[in-house]
Design a protein around this ligand. Structure first.
Ligand SMILES: [Zn+2]
Length: 245
């Protein structure tokens, strides 16, 4: 399915709707843009990898494939710049260009004779209040358990390692880890790359830049927002130049 490029007006509308939302809901809002053909009520139950893959493609459509990110070394604090590529990230999570099928059934797996499914956004939302990472992971696993509560006597904490390995294999795009190494101190570590947060931040920057342009031209010429968006990019740039922006 060919993805439509959101124009300036659509970027502003997405930003306006997502501004007050939680990051998980922002990711679903952006996902909804990529799948206008589907009912959005089903999105919270989609595997996380389905959302992430679509957002990587949306990022490529909106802002191109190259991603430059700045990260501080977790050991020495030295700031490093990393260059990523949406195509490479998608290839790293077993995505080829042909596999754009709608994958709506969370894969299931078994650990210690208990059945689980891979996590969805609804599960993530249920554990956001948990500050302790390990406790959050255990709670997430409980969310994904498909057994009746009375059938469970094993502690989920003991199943965590095996379950996480199974989840990663079944839905590799659910969590995209980057392996980093600091040039200054040699420290190596893994950092989770969150495409939803990155894309939202970029849309936020773009939307605020657009509003600043509208503000400058409205102030100088008294034009309305629709009038300003109706100008060609060349004319708008020329006027912005004349008002000294
Ligand atoms: Zn370092």
């Amino acid at each position: 399915m060919h993805m439509q490029v959101p124009g300036e007006v659509e970027i502003l509308a997405l930003w306006e709707r997502g501004l007050a939302r939680h990051p998980i809901d922002r990711a679903l809002l952006l996902y909804a843009w990529t799948r206008p053909d589907l009912p959005s009520s089903s999105f919270p139950d989609l595997p996380l990898g389905t959302i992430n893959r679509a957002l990587l493609r949306l990022r490529e459509t909106c802002f191109g494939p190259r991603i430059i990110a700045c990260i501080d070394c977790e050991h020495c604090g030295s700031r490093m710049e990393i260059a990523l590529d949406t195509g490479q990230l998608l290839a790293g999570i077993n995505e080829d260009d042909s596999s754009t099928e709608f994958d709506d059934t969370p894969a299931e797996f078994e650990v210690s004779s208990l059945r689980f499914r891979v996590p969805c956004s609804r599960d993530l939302a249920a554990v956001t209040g948990e500050r302790d990472l390990k406790a959050a992971a255990v709670k997430l696993l409980e969310q994904c358990c498909l057994e009746h509560p009375e059938n469970i006597d094993a502690g989920f904490a003991n199943l965590l390692a095996e379950a996480e390995a199974a989840m990663e294999e079944l839905d590799p795009a659910a969590g995209i880890n980057l392996s980093l190494s600091c040039e200054d101190c040699g420290h190596s570590w893994l950092v989770e790359f969150n495409i939803g947060t990155l894309l939202w931040d970029e849309i936020d920057v773009r939307a605020r830049a657009l509003l600043a342009e509208v503000h400058s031209l409205a102030q100088a010429y008294g034009w309305t927002e629709p009038e300003i968006f109706a100008l060609s990019p060349q004319r708008r740039a020329a006027y912005l130049d004349m008002v000294g922006v």
